[in-house]
Design a protein around this ligand. Structure first.
Ligand SMILES: [Zn+2]
Length: 597
């Protein structure tokens, strides 16, 4: 609001949140909450019990009202969560955040009847509504609300399932969390025996000292080992519970629910998994190269993330911002302008400090509010890529501001597209401005390591998960059964260059995604390869691609992921598209191989 506020915020690298509210005691905040409350009660008295009786134009009016209340309700909560992110240790902020969350929950509960009544409109009547001219802009939203109707059981059965989940699935997941989060990892570091947490021990996988990496891995294996019988039982139980629920609901395959929830179709995921699996020799070559660079005959799991190409240089905040803006501008001047706006308006909170959350994020509100970016910049090359990543999200959420609140959020499958693509712009830019082969090797290694971790590894996880579910469908599986499947899938992924030991066969029990969700890992591979495929189209089509891509971002969540990319001429069920993504990784690897020889 006030110019001075912006200049001060930018020079200190903090947010200028006065754009939203001047503080928790800003009368505008209380007024917004009052308006939301009044709007919600007016909405309830106008529409409750009547949603099924509305014609298309009345329905449109109701939807508009619903989304206006949702946006208004969300704004104080958005402000409070941003304040909390940078002041987690201030009691006044904690209390205000809790109050804002409770307020949001209260209003959402009041409005919950809307989607419930929407899903119980008789099918034919619903189709006519969703296809009407008036409701065209909300077609995708409406269909998405009804997506699971065919698989929904009678109301009392659904209620029972929900109730039983507390002592069923949730209890097993909790048991897994309890067992694994209480583990302690004893590792000798610098001559001293230390007890490490799981994140500390994981961080040692990238340490330059090989014997330390090895001890860290051994400590992890030994910490899990005594819990093998319990964890095997947890996996068996959750897999069987999932199978019986899916059968009860009428799904053909245990993975279908996950794919449908992401607004995709099974043939798309099949094409993705098939093509990626066919290109696993890229991973074999990558590890063979790293093995050669590290000069190890017995290159193993303790080495797959070792820094093979030396330490990356430090970068100042000013230089990092410059590089990211140049990279964005190189893609499109409009993208560069938006990145600049974030960096010069106090929309990025930059440095770590006491009470500030770790990590990084881009937090969107509802239109017309622009998103806010938080990073913890310490000058590592990693941090520069994180800045590009979060500003990529910010670009997406900024362009999508022309959508109405219900059409604003893009679904999960495309959620990471703009961010990962922005990292690629930075990669290409850094490669083009650097003539230092050492830095180029590091940059290429980073990209390939990222693609291997996010695409190929995750596909191997899905193969294991499918086979493990199938094994459990036959009969209760032993740890040895799960371990054998794991070793087979890991060998297929890693090839001959990586020496797998007996201790590596039970790593499946350390992947929480198998416990917390079903078949979730495919979505990482989907997001990464989709973005790499886009990068290949960009290389091929240049300017034409750029404007189509920005149009895709502008569309927000107003269409399904498949419809959105159709505008770019992409058919997600076509194997050719996924081939493109893999070919980008292959090209990076060829470049790296050339720089090593
Ligand atoms: Zn992200």
């Amino acid at each position: 609001m006030v110019d001075g506020g912006v200049a001060e915020a930018v020079s200190q690298g903090t947010w200028n949140l006065s754009e939203l509210y001047g503080g928790f005691d800003d009368p505008r905040l209380a007024a917004d909450q009052q308006r939301a409350r009044d709007g919600a009660s007016a909405f309830v008295s106008r529409y409750r019990g009547r949603i099924g009786a509305l014609d298309a134009s009345e329905f449109l009016a109701a939807l508009r009202e619903f989304e206006a209340i949702t946006a208004l309700t969300g704004k104080p909560g958005h402000y409070a969560s941003l304040r909390f992110s940078v002041s987690t240790d201030v009691p006044e902020v904690q209390a205000a955040y809790a109050q804002a969350q409770a307020f949001e929950a209260e209003i959402n509960q009041e409005l919950a009847f809307f989607t419930v009544e929407l899903s119980s409109i008789p099918l034919q009547q619903f189709e006519a509504l969703a296809d009407s001219q008036e409701l065209r802009p909300y077609r995708h939203y409406l269909h998405f609300q009804r997506m699971f109707t065919d698989y929904t059981l009678a109301e009392d059965v659904e209620r029972t399932i929900l109730r039983m989940q507390v002592t069923g699935r949730d209890a097993w997941v909790n048991l897994y969390t309890q067992v694994t989060s209480s583990l302690e990892f004893e590792v000798e570091v610098a001559g001293q025996l230390r007890v490490l947490t799981s994140s500390e021990v994981r961080a040692l996988a990238t340490d330059v000292d090989r014997s330390l990496r090895d001890r860290a891995l051994q400590a992890t294996v030994e910490a899990y080992e005594p819990h093998t019988p319990v964890l095997t039982h947890v996996f068996n139980t959750l897999f069987e519970e999932h199978r019986s629920e899916m059968t009860e609901r009428g799904y053909d395959d245990v993975m279908d629910y996950t794919v449908l929830k992401d607004d995709l179709a099974p043939d798309i995921v099949d094409a993705l998994l098939d093509v990626t699996t066919g290109h696993m020799p890229i991973v074999h070559r990558y590890h063979a190269l790293r093995k050669r660079v590290l000069g190890l005959d017995d290159y193993g799991m303790q080495d797959v993330r070792a820094p093979a190409f030396g330490e990356e240089p430090q970068v100042s905040w000013e230089r990092a911002s410059e590089l990211v803006v140049e990279a964005f501008t190189g893609f499109s001047p409009e993208a560069g302008d938006i990145a600049t706006r974030f960096l010069t308006q106090g929309w990025v909170d930059v440095f770590p400090r006491k009470g500030k959350r770790g990590g990084a994020f881009c937090a969107p509100g509802y239109p017309p509010e622009h998103p806010w970016v938080m990073v913890n910049f310490t000058g590592k090359t990693d941090n520069v890529f994180t800045l590009a990543h979060e500003l990529g999200h910010a670009l997406h959420f900024t362009l999508a501001l022309e959508q109405s609140p219900l059409n604003y959020w893009t679904g999960l499958p495309l959620a990471e597209t703009a961010s990962v693509f922005a990292e690629l712009w930075l990669h290409e830019h850094l490669m083009s401005v650097s003539d230092d082969p050492k830095l180029q090797r590091q940059l290429l290694d980073r990209q390939i390591q990222g693609a291997v971790g996010t695409a190929f590894n995750q596909v191997a996880y899905i193969h294991w998960e499918r086979r493990a579910h199938a094994a459990r469908a036959e009969s209760v599986a032993s740890a040895g059964d799960f371990g054998r499947l794991w070793s087979e899938e890991q060998s297929r992924l890693l090839g001959d260059a990586v020496l797998l030991q007996d201790r590596d066969q039970h790593r499946w029990m350390r992947i929480p995604h198998f416990v917390f969700a079903r078949f979730y890992c495919y979505s990482y591979a989907f997001g990464k390869l989709l973005t790499l495929g886009l990068a290949d189209l960009w290389r091929e089509q240049g300017a034409v691609f750029v404007s189509d891509y920005l149009a895709l971002l502008r569309a927000g969540g107003s269409m399904t992921p498949s419809e959105l990319v159709t505008e770019l001429g992409i058919d997600l069920s076509d194997r050719e598209f996924w081939e493109r993504g893999c070919s980008v990784v292959d090209r990076y690897l060829i470049q790296l191989e050339e720089l090593v020889d």
